[in-house]
Design a protein around this ligand. Sequence first.
Ligand code: ADP
Ligand code: MG
Length: 343
Amino acid sequence: MTAVTPHPTPPTARDDREVLLSVRDLEVVFGRKREEGFRAVDHVSFDVRPGEIIGIVGESGSGKSVTSMAVLGLLPARGVRVRGEVRYGDKNLLTLSKREMAGYRGSEIAMVFQDPMSSLNPVVTVGTQVTEVLHAHRSLSRSAAKEEAIDLLRRCGIPDPARRFDEYPHQLSGGMRQRALIATALACRPKLLICDEPTTALDVTIQAQVLELLAELVTDLGTAMIMITHDLGVVAGLCDRVNVMYAGRIVEQAGRRELFHHPRHRYTEGLLNSIPRLDADRGATLTPIPGTPRDTVSWAKACAFAPRCVHATAECVRGDLALEELTPDHWVRCVHPVEETRA
Ligand SMILES: Nc1ncnc2c1ncn2[C@@H]1O[C@H](COP(=O)(O)OP(=O)(O)O)[C@@H](O)[C@H]1O
Ligand SMILES: [Mg+2]
């Protein structure tokens, strides 16, 4: 087995506000004991402060969902090794029993996944699913719970919520189902909402509405949010801070404006160059990133993006490379970072 190379605990801007959730050196390896296994998440560290919206962005397979499942204690107990720390209050969530963790899920930390059909129970009415959450975590009378559920459905932009209350998930459109799922997630006023590609399955116009709704709701309720997405556009409109993930690692971490105006990692630069810009000249060509995410070098090597990077040199795949602090607001893990600043 290859020796584990330590990655110094790095990221996260220094900030005096209290931290709600602190992830340190999170590592998830799939495989049986004594096997080297597949490292899906490698020394990931980030903080979430109350009311803050944190983005995790990266291509499919970069380890975003596995990171969120590890935080929520949703990974299977067998065939997977999870190390590191997920601090919430005075607890390391990774050390909690299944039962203790269930007490946190829903009431303290709630989640919204991509596919509302598989997250909502198809044989239970929408209203009952929301009131169940209210009953489970707060002692409300039947009528008070119903009233609150209808109000919540209304706040989540569901028209005629009193009628929708008695309908089943299949009677709702995709966008309405996602709104109902958001209502169940917010029913207990969680302090943190984790959204994993919440709008990827929706039409673009509905996508924008649901994102706007999420932003409005978390701001109103003071809920912090981790927004997981492969779409830089989602991050651009929503997040305070952004973590860019590649092959299981955070390769760049910065405030939103800083990241979009001055990307420093070659992968982030590539991502930005491969999406259309409204201010570009007509006919300007997009520059796709060559290769595929599968062109990765072994995790022990400095940069997994090197095989796809036009700036790569031998140094990029030799030895180890930590996230480096450029400014307190900007961290990057790159041997040849972008020098010049973008306009
Ligand atoms: N249960 C599992 N067993 C083995 N490998 C897994 C398992 N779940 C996810 N993976 C692998 O971990 C990597 C990261 O997956 P994931 O976090 O789902 O990516 P994404 O960034 O698209 O959400 C992928 O290569 C995936 O194949
Ligand atoms: Mg995913």
